[in-house]
Design a protein around this ligand. Structure first.
Ligand code: SF4
Length: 482
């Protein structure tokens, strides 16, 4: 919520419903947690495609009048947080073009790691890019394809990509869903009566009363048209690399991703954390909201009471007007407040899902102590985060990750806890009920399943992220920074 890896993007698509744009709007509403910078919908009535894209929250962008400009029975939608490309309207999605194969619009969740290489080569061949988003390369590859049909052209374009991608793509009369062969990011297929739905998380299906059918398989391209659904295998089988952080933090607990309930996985993380890092204490307190499921599991396993000793204000915007006389730890205080009657005199186990820089954990531990806690034991429901992500998640560079440059005891001292415990890698993988080989764990291990690009720009970006310069123990953030 403060010092966290940033969410990625959410995608949604629907084919065969008279109110396609309205349902896309509702789907995006359910996926808002996956990106809050911009949102957009493209819809088609079978003849012509129209799109609306704006900066801001889904609810601020779309109203009855806006949705009415998007008629048709098929639509795709996107909520964005920029992981590649600037945060600007030009990079908002869906990105729509008109080319030799007709109109096409695309929504992307993930990060195409060879985008710069492809872009450079396309520019040399005469392509003129309108955005600096990695997603646009797919459209240029598609527009240049000599393939005879649009679906062959799409499959040919997607086959050039490496990295992480879950796509929802719209032509004037088809919906296409595609997923990279490693299955980094989730993508679910559902049904609403006769209509087909694709979405990043199943919570979007629930909101519109659609039923979950299955995942779009890693490496699969699904083409949905008037003649039904066609499944194409666009890639040879590859090593699976589902993002384990979807279970730890990103996805909503009421969703199912990678074939498993997020709530169950997250509660298991807490149970195993309790087994691995026991401590004498009186009460288990989650750091809301992302620490709640793991805290429930921890409390159950440790046979300790769970209490909501920190209350989150859900109605806080992105910026605050702070009084001239600055308030200590304003940025955290405006979002979280301690419940003194729960914390005073207690030995508290605080549960969170991750420590990135450590600055926010330090403020929260101080806040809990100031509320009268006798002891504060911080427990983290995943292993130490030691490496950045290149597959669609915004992370600081390596030297800014406190666990990459400090020992467990140094981190404990910095955050000011009486004890600190992380879940082990084996514990995390056991909790998500998977064989180790099915998951990407790069941010915990520094072992990356997809090779890095060789082009100069991307390499520079990577060295910035991977530089091994030891960072000094972080300073307090300026007040008001969240
Ligand atoms: S590096 Fe971490 S955040 Fe990125 S895909 Fe892998 S597990 Fe997910």
């Amino acid at each position: 919520m403060f010092d966290k890896f940033r969410e990625e993007c959410g995608v949604f698509g629907i084919f065969g419903h008279a109110e396609a744009a309205k349902l896309a709007y509702l789907g995006l509403y359910a996926l808002q947690h996956r990106g809050q910078e911009s949102a957009g919908i493209a819809a088609s009535d079978g003849l012509r495609m129209r799109a609306v894209r704006e900066m801001g929250y889904v609810n601020d962008i779309f109203d009855h009048a806006t949705i009415a400009t998007l008629p048709g029975h098929l639509a795709i939608g996107h909520t964005r947080y920029s992981t590649a490309g600037d945060s600007a309207l030009s990079n908002a999605q869906p990105i729509m073009i008109d080319c030799v194969h007709g109109q096409v619009a695309i929504c992307h969740n993930g990060n195409i790691v060879n985008a710069n290489e492809l872009r450079e080569s396309l520019v040399k061949q005469g392509s003129i890019f309108q955005t600096n988003s990695d997603t646009e390369v797919v459209l240029h590859l598609y527009a240049r394809s000599q393939a005879g049909t649009f679906d062959e052209a799409l499959v040919e374009s997607i086959a050039h990509l490496t990295g992480a991608f879950s796509f929802a793509i719209l032509t004037k009369d088809h919906l296409i869903a595609a997923r990279d062969p490693h299955g980094f990011r989730p993508l679910a297929l559902g049904r609403l009566g006769e209509a087909w739905v694709v979405c990043s998380e199943t919570c979007a299906l629930d909101l519109i009363n659609a039923t979950y059918v299955r995942e779009v398989e890693p490496g699969e391209v699904i083409v949905i048209g008037a003649n039904g659904l066609q499944s194409i295998r666009a890639f040879p089988p590859a090593k699976l690399a589902h993002c384990v952080f979807e279970h730890v933090y990103f996805a909503r607990p009421d969703s199912e991703v990678f074939g498993q309930s997020v709530n169950d996985a997250r509660t298991n993380l807490g149970k195993l954390l309790a087994r691995e890092t026991p401590v004498d204490a009186d009460v288990v307190v989650p750091i809301p909201d992302s620490g709640v499921c793991a805290a429930i599991g921890y409390a159950e396993e440790a046979k300790l009471p769970l209490r909501f000793g920190l209350i989150r204000n859900h109605y806080v915007g992105r910026t605050f007007i702070e009084p001239a006389q600055s308030i200590r730890h304003f940025g955290v205080k405006v979002k979280l407040n301690p419940v003194k009657s729960i914390l005073a005199g207690q030995r508290v186990i605080l549960i969170d899902d991750s420590i990135v820089r450590g600055t926010t954990s330090r403020k929260i531990v101080k806040m809990v102590r100031a509320a009268g806690a006798a002891e504060v034991h911080l427990r983290i429901s995943c292993p130490p985060t030691v490496s950045p992500c290149f597959y669609g998640v915004d992370t600081p560079r390596r030297s800014e990750l406190i666990a990459a440059t400090h020992t467990l005891d140094e981190i404990r001292k910095y955050v000011g806890a009486d004890s600190l415990g992380y879940l082990s890698l084996d514990g995390m993988l056991a909790a998500v009920g998977a064989r180790q080989q099915s998951y990407c764990t790069s941010c915990y291990t520094g072992q990356y399943p997809v090779a890095f690009p060789q082009d100069r720009n991307a390499y520079l970006q990577l060295t910035l992220k991977l530089d091994g310069t030891p960072a000094p123990v972080p300073e307090e953030e300026p007040e008001g920074v969240v």
